[in-house]
Design a protein around this ligand. Structure first.
Ligand SMILES: Cc1cc2nc3c(=O)[nH]c(=O)nc-3n(C[C@H](O)[C@H](O)[C@H](O)COP(=O)(O)OP(=O)(O)OC[C@H]3O[C@@H](n4cnc5c(N)ncnc54)[C@H](O)[C@@H]3O)c2cc1C
Length: 287
């Protein structure tokens, strides 16, 4: 289908982009890599008279370590750039590995982290891992910046805590302690994941597991019962013993998730996948 006519704006600063959005309101939207937006525009699911292309905005670019050793990833960073970035590979190897597997090479090269988070399509990988890592997003509006935890950002299908006029500027992660490892495992029959599970395991004292399941529910969900059981495990248990103790808790958590049958699989099948993928993600975190 053909695109409906629109005016393209190409601001080079954050303030200009926000001013354009303020001027055109509901008739305007932001455009980053366009991998989701263009499909929706061509299908006439969405329609805007003004498209604000944000790709020239320097403030949304780059990956850096800022004060207090916080890793800051600019919203325009593509999945491909994240997968190959030396800082991400060193600080969050589990996240670099995830980014290498997103969709296909065309989507990875054009699609941005800001785009996948703001679009709010539940069948995505990064949101699950960012929740497990307790990352936060930096949002900018006409009245300044604010931070929102990734755990509060995803409100449901295509719904996030971002106000329509706000731009997502960066995604940030606090430094992980040396005893922390993270891993993500997913499975699906289509290009998008049917289920993904992210584990962040810290063997520091006290040991902690952060375990989140995504793609199968409207927003990533915490597997809280399993986290509680993991916190009480004796350190240095072999992986088989760890899984023996966590298996029932994961099944209990999976059973409580609000999962439905859809083209990605039946609800029971997806709950089973949560168990399988949780076991694999946890095993990948253990030494
Ligand atoms: C065929 C296909 C397969 C895919 N498979 C996977 C997969 O396996 N795993 C996965 O995780 N993802 C998958 N995706 C999703 C992919 O990650 C996203 O399409 C991509 O990251 C979106 O980024 P973008 O820059 O292209 O966003 P755009 O299409 O430019 O924008 C998407 C939406 O976000 C808004 N937006 C973008 N950037 C900002 C910003 N900085 N601030 C405010 N609003 C903003 C836009 O206004 C728009 O509403 C797939 C997508 C496709 C098309």
């Amino acid at each position: 289908m053909r695109l409906a006519r629109f005016t393209l704006h190409r601001p080079t600063s954050l303030s200009h982009a926000l001013a354009l959005k303020d001027e055109y309101g509901d008739h305007a939207t932001f455009h980053a890599g366009g991998t989701e937006l263009l499909v929706a525009l061509k299908a006439h699911v969405l329609r805007y008279e003004h498209i604000i292309d944000i790709k020239q905005i320097e403030e949304l670019r780059g990956i850096r370590i800022r004060e207090s050793n916080i890793l800051s990833i600019g919203a325009l960073t593509t999945h491909h750039a994240i997968a190959n970035d030396p800082l991400v590979r060193e600080y969050l190897p589990g996240y670099a590995e995830l980014s290498e597997q997103v969709a296909n090479i065309r989507v990875r090269i054009a699609g941005t982290l800001g785009g996948v988070l703001c679009f709010g399509e539940p069948h995505a990988d990064a949101p699950t891992m960012l929740c497990a890592l307790d990352a936060w997003v930096v949002l900018a509006g006409q009245n300044g910046e604010r931070e929102v935890s990734s755990r509060d950002f995803h409100l449901g299908e295509f719904a996030t805590a971002r106000e329509d006029e706000e731009l997502l500027v960066a995604i940030e992660v606090a430094p992980q302690s040396p005893g922390t490892r993270s891993a993500y495992r997913c499975f699906g029959h289509t290009e998008r994941p049917a289920v993904g599970v992210a584990a962040v395991w810290s063997i520091d004292n006290p040991q902690r597991l952060s375990l989140w399941a995504g793609a199968l529910t409207a927003a990533p969900a915490r597997l809280a019962r399993t986290e509680e059981v993991a916190a009480r495990l004796a350190p240095d248990l072999p992986i088989e013993a760890v899984w023996e103790r966590l298996e029932v808790a994961v099944a209990t958590d999976a059973a409580s998730l609000d999962v439905h049958d859809d083209l990605h699989g039946g609800a029971e099948y997806k709950r089973h996948l949560v168990s399988v993928l949780a076991q694999r993600a946890i095993a990948a975190c253990l030494p």
